[in-house]
Design a protein around this ligand. Structure first.
Ligand SMILES: Nc1ncnc2c1ncn2[C@@H]1O[C@H](COP(=O)(O)OP(=O)(O)O)[C@@H](O)[C@H]1O
Ligand SMILES: [Mg+2]
Length: 366
C-alpha cells in the first residue's frame, strides 16, 4: 500500500494543501517548528484515527478552526485504489470515511493503510508499560491473522462479563463457571495466534537486528499472561478470591507481554537510547516483512526525526533495511543533506521542503 495523494486541511500549523508523495522514499526537511512532524501526524490520523503526539485530538485542529480534515488516496496491492477520509471537530465528533462510506471503526482504516511509526519516543516500546508491547504484538497479529479481530472482541466481551460480576458480587456458580470457561476458551485462541506470530517474527527480527547493530545476546520472548504450566481454568479458579477483592481478573492474555532481555537483564535497563531505538527499528521492520508476506502489500513507514540518537553508520544501515522492504517511507529531519545521504543511487527519493506550514516539492535526490 502507498499513499498517492494526501490532502490536509487545518492540521496544526499546516496550510491547506495537496501532496503527491513518491511511492518510495519521501524526505521532509525544514527548520524546527516548520510542520514536519505535523505531516506525519496527519498520515497517522488517516491510518489509525488518532495522533501519536497527544491522546486527545483537539490539539491537532488548527487554532481558530472548527475541524481538521485529512484525505488520502491509497494504492492497494491488488491494483485498486481506496480513498480514506477523517474529519475531527472541536466538539469531539469524529467521522471516518472509506471509499465514500462511513466506517464504524479505526480497524477498517488500519486494514487499508497499515502504518509503522519510528520516532524519538520509540524507546517506550522497550521501557514503557506492557500495554505498549501488547499493542505492538496485536498490531502484528491483526495484520497477518484475519480471524484475530473477532477472537479479540470475544475475549474482551468475556473479560468484561467476568470483571463485572467480580465487582458486583453474587452470581450463580453454574453461570460463573460457564463464563470462566468462555473466558478460558477465548484466551486460548488469542494465545495461539500470538504465539504463532512471535514464532514467525523472531527469526526475521534477529536477522534484521543483526544488520543494524551488534547485540547477539539480545533475546525476544513471549509471556502469555498466565503460568506456562497451568491452564487458565485452573489459574482463574485459584485466584478467584483475590480477583474478587481487586474487582478484576489478574491473569490472562490481557496481561501478556514481550520480553527483551540481555542475559538476565531487561534490555531497556542496559541499552543506550540509540541502541534501544535500533532494537525498536528492527522490531518494526520485522513486522513490515511479515505484513508483506501475509498481504502481498506493504505497510507505510513514518520515521520522525531520523538523525535523532543515530550516528551516520546506523542511519545508513536503517536506510538499507527500509530500501529492502520496498515500501513507502516518510522521513523527517532538520537538515536535508543529512536525510539525502546514504540511499542507493537507484532508490527513488523525493525531497520536500517544509517552511511555515507550507510543503514544497523540491525534486528528486540529485
Ligand atoms: N493546533 C495548532 N494550530 C496551529 N499551530 C499549531 C498547533 N499546534 C501546534 N502548532 C504549531 O505548529 C508548528 C509545527 O510543529 P511541528 O510539526 O512539530 O514542527 P517540526 O516537526 O517541523 O519541528 C509548531 O510551531 C507549533 O507551534
Ligand atoms: Mg518534529
Amino acid at each position: 500500500m502507498s499513499l498517492i495523494r494526501l490532502n490536509l486541511t487545518a492540521i496544526r500549523n499546516l496550510q491547506a494543501q495537496e501532496l503527491t508523495p513518491s511511492p518510495r522514499i519521501n524526505l521532509l526537511h525544514g527548520d524546527n517548528g516548520s510542520g514536519k512532524t505535523s505531516v506525519l501526524e496527519a498520515i497517522h490520523l488517516l491510518g489509525l484515527a488518532r495522533s501519536f503526539r497527544s491522546t486527545r485530538l483537539t490539539p491537532v485542529i488548527q487554532h481558530d478552526q472548527e475541524r481538521a480534515v485529512v484525505f488520502g488516496l491509497v494504492q492497494l496491492a491488488d491494483g485498486r485504489q481506496s480513498s480514506l477520509g477523517i474529519a475531527r471537530e472541536r466538539n469531539g465528533n469524529c467521522q471516518i470515511r472509506i471509499d465514500g462510506q462511513n466506517a464504524r471503526s479505526a480497524a477498517q482504516l488500519a486494514e487499508v493503510l497499515p502504518l509503522q511509526l519510528i520516532n524519538p519516543d520509540s524507546f517506550r516500546l522497550l521501557e514503557g508499560a506492557p500495554k505498549i508491547r501488547r499493542q505492538f504484538l496485536d498490531w502484528g497479529v491483526f495484520h497477518v491473522e484475519p480471524r484475530f479481530l473477532a477472537a479479540w472482541q470475544r475475549l474482551q466481551a468475556a473479560l468484561r462479563q467476568r470483571n463485572s460480576w467480580l465487582r458486583h458480587g453474587r452470581i450463580d456458580p453454574a453461570a460463573q463457571a460457564a463464563w470462566d470457561r468462555e473466558l478460558a476458551l477465548a484466551s486460548e485462541v488469542i494465545d495461539e495466534y500470538r504465539r504463532a506470530y512471535i514464532q514467525a517474527l523472531k527469526p526475521v527480527f534477529e536477522r534484521t537486528l543483526a544488520q543494524l547493530v551488534e547485540l547477539p545476546e539480545l533475546t525476544l520472548s513471549y509471556y502469555r499472561g498466565w503460568d506456562r504450566e497451568r491452564s487458565l481454568d485452573e489459574v482463574l479458579a485459584a485466584s478467584l478470591l483475590r480477583d474478587q477483592q481487586l474487582g478484576h481478573t489478574q491473569a490472562g492474555p490481557q496481561r501478556a507481554d514481550l520480553r527483551l532481555r540481555i542475559g538476565s537483564h531487561n534490555a531497556a535497563d542496559i541499552l543506550s537510547r540509540g541502541q534501544q531505538k535500533l532494537v525498536v527499528c528492527a522490531l518494526r521492520i520485522a513486522q513490515g516483512h511479515l505484513v508483506n508476506q501475509a498481504k502481498h502489500g506493504q505497510c507505510v513507514y513514518l520515521v520522525d526525526d531520523l538523525p535523532s540518537e543515530l550516528d551516520e553508520q546506523h542511519r545508513h544501515a536503517l536506510c538499507r533495511l527500509l530500501e529492502d522492504l520496498d515500501c513507502q517511507v516518510f522521513i523527517t529531519g532538520v537538515d536535508g543533506a543529512t536525510l539525502k545521504d546514504g540511499w542507493r543511487t537507484d532508490t527513488p527519493v523525493a525531497m520536500f521542503h517544509v517552511e511555515h506550514g507550507r510543503i514544497e516539492y523540491s525534486g528528486v535526490k540529485a
